[in-house]
Design a protein around this ligand. Structure first.
Ligand code: SAH
Length: 211
């Protein structure tokens, strides 16, 4: 179920769906997604689907993880990336292999703790975690060259725009339950440019940290 063939099938599928960044696909291929889902779902870890991780949350679909990573990296390598919505830590693990340093914020403490353990077990060191409210970003360590949000916000959080470095890129799903769109926002010399991309479906970006 976690065999090379199963993983290869997933990569082929992502490729067929138009994902072409070889570096991103290589990282997805080599990241053990089965370690990020509950054991009961281990046999489905290499299907291109989101799966429950407890606390009413889901691990992101591999297609979305790859797509958002591609968008972040489209203009070249990134050194500091802020992630909002650690969840299982799967997208975090992928990002740590594509950029220099990752800063990841999660509001549900239990998920954050478990994600932290998983990344340590995988010997991933270029990431720091914070238990807090992603609407506020992580101002103390700003600015970031990239920000990725893995839950849908009703509107783009102002704090995240404020924490983007010049040229910095924000990839974020925006909208309500049944009408969300993936946006790519770039901090230009003056103001921000904004590209509306795919229709998507994410769990909502909620308010406040939760113990
Ligand atoms: N990328 C994760 C996806 C997790 S689902 C993965 O691959 O596993 C989205 C996550 O965002 C959930 O864990 C949820 O608790 C978290 N979240 C929701 N609102 C938040 C907020 N305001 N601040 C930080 N995290 C938030």
């Amino acid at each position: 179920m976690t065999s090379e063939r199963t993983r290869e099938r997933l990569i082929q599928r992502l490729h067929d769906e138009g994902l072409s960044n070889v570096q991103v696909l290589d990282v997805i291929r080599s990241t053990p997604r089965h370690l990020f889902v509950d054991e009961a779902f281990g046999h489905r870890a290499y299907e291109d689907t989101s799966l429950p991780i407890g606390h009413n949350q889901t691990i992101s679909q591999p297609y979305m993880v790859a797509r958002m990573s591609e968008l972040l990296l489209e203009a070249g390598p990134l050194d500091k990336v802020l992630e909002i919505g650690t969840g299982s830590g799967y997208q975090t693990a992928v990002l740590t292999q594509l950029v220099e340093r990752v800063f990841s914020v999660e509001r549900i403490q239990a998920l954050q703790e478990r994600a932290k353990e998983r990344l340590l077990e995988l010997n991933i060191r270029n990431v720091v975690f914070r238990w807090g409210d992603g609407w506020e970003g992580w101002a103390a360590l700003a600015p970031y060259n990239g920000i990725i949000v893995t839950a849908a916000a009703a509107e783009v959080p102002q704090a995240l725009l404020d924490q983007l470095a010049p040229g910095g890129r924000l990839v974020i799903p925006v909208g309500t339950d049944d009408a969300q769109q993936l946006l790519l926002i770039v901090r230009e010399e003056r103001g921000f440019s904004r590209r509306v991309l795919d229709a998507v479906r994410f769990v909502p970006l909620l308010n406040g940290p939760l113990a």
